[in-house]
Ligand binder design. Sequence first.
Ligand code: NCD
Length: 349
Amino acid sequence: MPHFLSAEDFSPRSVYALFRLAGELRARQEPPKLLSGRSVALLFGEPSTRTRLSFSLAATRLGAEVLTLDERLTSRAKGETLADTLEVLALLGVDVAVVRTSEDVIRPPALSPSVVSAGSGTGEHPTQALLDAWTLYEAFGRLEGLRLLVLGDLRHSRVFGSHARLLPRLGVRITAAAPRAWLGREEDLPGVAERVALEDVSLEDLLASADAVLVLRPQWERHAHSADAPASPTPASYLERYGLTKARARALRPESRILHPGPVTWGVEIDPSLREDPRILVRRQVENGLYVRMAVLVAAGGNFEPCGGGAVAGEGNADVEALGGDLPPSFEPPVREEGNRAFSSPFHR
Ligand code: NCD
């Protein structure tokens, strides 16, 4: 069973296949029960609203048995490792584990359910990057050549960790801007075209030349342990100094778009008056999360091979038309093969 722990686990080809599947699932009033007979465990060790609820609804609507575990009430609280917990889930017959953890990297043991990351420490949040990519793709009709400004706490954001590993391979040019204290290390994420300290540049100029801006929440809860904590911005001064104020939003073109993975702290990283701005896609991102997570769960549950996994990973600049041509025109429910719990892929028959 495949694991989806990093945005690098999604090849450009599989990304477009998952977009297609997510779109097909959204179009159906009654989604096919592609996970019937499968069990999906949600193991969350950090707070979550959108991610947890969308994974839970996604698994339920696809017909899976859903087991929701609050990590604090599991033996993790007694010191059991995540790897040992995953082995227990596998021994008890769980097929897919959706995991949110404060550890930066998830390392499944040899005997493990298929693991889907729902956010790992300051490391990655691959399905958030995938749903943001789909939201951008829908808004612009393409990803190739888009100029995306990522604005905020780059150093502590796992969302940025996944965007930087996904979007450049799909042809998106990322400019990343942060207060100097939160810039992070360039060498960790080489796909980012440009990384600038907000103290050195005009944010208005960056906004004016972006097709879209993705604003990140300052990860205050992760700063206490950070060596640079004393030099960090404060919530009270953040908006005026570094945030998307009403005045700065005027520098964004009317056809540009504003994204945020949520939760938004209105008045800190974005001015509350921009909540109803026609360019903002925050609500759309939440809605898209459900269908993207359905598609990923189907892929993890074995019903769908996202076009050969990593076969074309790293190629970059994917030709959307060519990839689209490889995909089937419409979605068909897969046929379950009795005996070995394997499913034939709806796209590979
Ligand atoms: C993000 C997270 O938890 O990493 N939220 C989310 O899953 N949509 C971003 C954040 O908390 O700022």
